[in-house]
Design a protein around this ligand. Sequence first.
Ligand code: DX5
Ligand code: ZN
Length: 228
Amino acid sequence: MFKSFFPPPSGKIALNPSILSADFSCLKRSLKNALKADWLHVDIMDGHFVDNLSFGPHILRCVKKITSKPVDVHLMVENPVKFVVPFAKAGADLITVHVESKEPSKSIKLIKELNVKAGITLRPQTHAKKIFPFLEIVNLVLVMSVNPGFGGQEFIASSLEKIRLVRKEINRLGKKIWIQVDGGITPKNVAKLVDAGADCLVMGNSFFNSRKQKEIIAMFRNLRAHFI
Ligand code: DX5
Ligand code: ZN
């Protein structure tokens, strides 16, 4: 599994359906098509870092029982250090922390000690430069293209420039680091995001509320990635 997950395979764009928009009254059924995508994205919210609550590690354990695909955990929490161990134990393949949270470096160090891949992310208002020092230690940069906290929001157009800046810096350093984008992604803006340098795209609302989930998955097979 990790052979194709890390290092990022060249020429492949990954689709990461976000289970935040799944139907939890019939989770397994709701994930049927999503499990045929590349990874699953799990959003963790603590009601402090963002104005919403989502899930604990138990949901991740349940999801891991029904898939062998990589699952990435996006921690939207004030104090990620507290949550790294429980989510690593529950089976996270990659854990992403916010640069605006408490002790992001300590969290990333802990994630890596636990043999889990690590990501760094930033709010739309935070300048891309804030995450540059982390490029030495992470496997993924997540560019948030909505304000974190809720699914179904509109894509913030200035995120495209941020993706370009991050892509330029990753290429300058010659690193193999995924650029993931999260928030307001629909089949209509996918091409622009890939063109700007993204190589894995999170889709919540526009995937789970679509009757064309299989077509969306097929569309990703024809997209080309930017790995160096
Ligand atoms: C928002 C979450 C996203 C969310 C994206 O804070 O981080 O992962 O599920 O949902 P959509 O695709 O609906 O914007
Ligand atoms: Zn997310």
